[in-house]
Design a protein around this ligand. Structure first.
Ligand SMILES: Cc1cc2nc3c(=O)[nH]c(=O)nc-3n(C[C@H](O)[C@H](O)[C@H](O)COP(=O)(O)OP(=O)(O)OC[C@H]3O[C@@H](n4cnc5c(N)ncnc54)[C@H](O)[C@@H]3O)c2cc1C
Ligand code: FES
Length: 309
C-alpha cells in the first residue's frame, strides 16, 4: 500500500465560499507531502457519536505556509497544509462547516489511486491538449492534476459547469495552470447557458484534428455524457468516480462499482483501485443514480442508507 497516515490534525482555516461551499485548510505536513494528484482524504468529526463514518473528500490543494522569522515572512517550500473544497449536503458536511481554526479532526490520507504521473503522462504526451472537465464540486479533484500538468509543460483547458454562478467555486484557482477556462451555468448567469457538455462538444467538433486527453469529475449524468463525447471523438478519458464509502481502505467493499470483466473482476473498489479509472474500464449502466436529495452521484450503485453512519 502507498504511504498513508491516520492523524488528528488542526484546522487552520474554514473559509465560507458561495453556494454552501467551504475551503477547509488543515495543518498536516506528512499527509500533504505524501499526496499525489487525484487522491482523497477521509475526514472524521471528533467527539460526535451521531456521525460515525468518515466522509471522503478529494484533496483539492496542498500548500506551504508562510512562517515569520525575525519579523520577515519566509515561505516554506515543502507543503504542509492540506485543503479540502466541499459542499454542505448533509449531516457530516454541516458539522464540517462549523469547524473553527484550532479545532481538530481525524484525517486519513492520502488515499486512492489518483491521476498518477506514471500512468497518465505517457497518454498526455500523445495529446495536443489536456481537457479538464468538471461538474459542480467535481472541480475539487482537478486542481492538483492541473498544477502538475502545467509544471510538466502541458497545455490544458478547463470546462467547468455548475447549476448557478455560486457553484463555480475554485475557477479562479485554475487560472495560472490552464490556457483557457470555459464556464457554463444552467441558468446562463455566468458563461454558457446549459450543461457544460454542450460547449465541450462544440470544441471537440471544431478541433477534430487535435488529439486530446480528458480528465473528468462530476455528477453521474455529466460524467456519462462526457465519456460518450470522448468516445465519439476518439479521445482517451480518465474519470474520477465517487461512491458511498465505509472504510476508504479497501476492506468493507462498500464502494464497489461495475467494471469490464466477469465474476469478481466485474467489480472494483472506488477507494483503492480508484477513484480514477480509464472511462472504458467502467460499465456505464443505468442503475440507481438518484439519491435522496435528487442529486445524481457518480458510481452510486446502492441506495442511501438513512440514520447514523
Ligand atoms: C472519492 C470521493 C471524493 C469526494 N470529494 C468530495 C469533495 O472534494 N468535495 C465534496 O463536497 N464532496 C466530495 N465527495 C462527496 C462527499 O463525500 C459527500 O458529499 C459527503 O460524504 C456527504 O456527507 P454528509 O454527511 O454531509 O451527507 P449525508 O447526510 O451522508 O448525505 C447527503 C447526500 O449526499 C450524498 N452522499 C453522501 N456520501 C456520498 C458520497 N461518498 N458520494 C456521493 N454522494 C454522497 C447522499 O447520497 C445524500 O444524497 C467525495 C466523495 C468521494 C467518494
Ligand atoms: S470504502 Fe471500504 S472498500 Fe472502499
Amino acid at each position: 500500500m502507498k504511504q498513508m497516515y491516520d492523524e488528528i490534525v488542526a484546522v487552520t482555516e474554514n473559509r465560507p465560499l458561495t453556494g454552501g461551499h467551504f475551503l477547509l485548510s488543515l495543518d498536516s505536513p506528512r499527509q500533504a507531502v505524501a499526496t499525489r494528484p487525484g487522491q482523497f482524504a477521509m475526514v472524521r468529526i471528533l467527539g460526535r457519536s451521531d456521525v460515525l463514518l468518515r466522509r471522503p473528500m478529494s484533496i483539492y490543494d496542498i500548500r506551504p505556509v508562510a512562517n515569520h522569522h525575525g519579523g520577515k515572512a519566509r515561505t516554506e517550500q515543502a507543503p504542509r497544509v492540506m485543503q479540502l473544497l466541499y459542499k454542505v449536503v448533509g449531516r457530516g458536511t454541516r458539522l464540517m462547516s462549523a469547524l473553527k481554526p484550532g479545532d481538530r479532526v481525524g484525517l486519513l490520507a492520502p488515499l486512492g489511486h489518483g491521476f498518477f504521473v506514471e500512468e497518465y503522462l505517457p497518454r498526455a504526451h500523445e495529446a495536443d491538449e489536456i481537457l479538464l472537465v468538471a461538474g459542480g464540486i467535481g472541480i475539487a479533484a482537478l486542481l492538483l492534476p492541473a498544477k502538475e500538468l502545467a509544471e510538466a509543460g502541458f497545455s490544458a483547458r478547463l470546462f467547468f459547469g455548475g447549476r448557478t454562478q455560486a457553484d463555480l467555486v475554485g475557477a479562479e484557482d485554475f487560472k495560472p495552470y490552464v490556457r483557457a477556462a470555459l464556464l457554463a451555468t444552467e441558468n446562463g448567469a455566468t458563461g454558457y447557458k446549459g450543461f457544460v457538455t454542450r460547449p465541450l462538444e462544440d470544441y471537440l467538433a471544431r478541433h477534430t484534428n487535435k488529439k486530446c486527453l480528458l480528465l473528468v469529475c462530476g455528477p453521474w449524468a455529466m460524467l456519462r455524457a462526457t465519456v460518450e463525447l470522448a468516445r465519439k471523438y476518439g479521445h482517451p478519458c480518465l474519470v474520477s468516480m465517487e461512491n458511498r464509502m465505509g472504510c476508504g481502505l479497501g476492506v468493507c467493499l462498500g464502494c464497489c462499482i461495475r467494471v469490464q470483466g466477469t465474476g469478481h473482476e466485474a467489480y472494483q473498489r472506488v477507494c483503492t483501485e480508484g477513484p480514477v479509472f480509464w472511462a472504458e474500464k467502467v460499465v456505464w449502466e443505468d442503475g440507481i443514480r438518484e439519491t435522496v436529495d435528487g442529486e445524481n452521484h457518480p458510481g452510486q450503485v446502492r441506495q442511501q442508507t438513512k440514520g447514523t453512519r
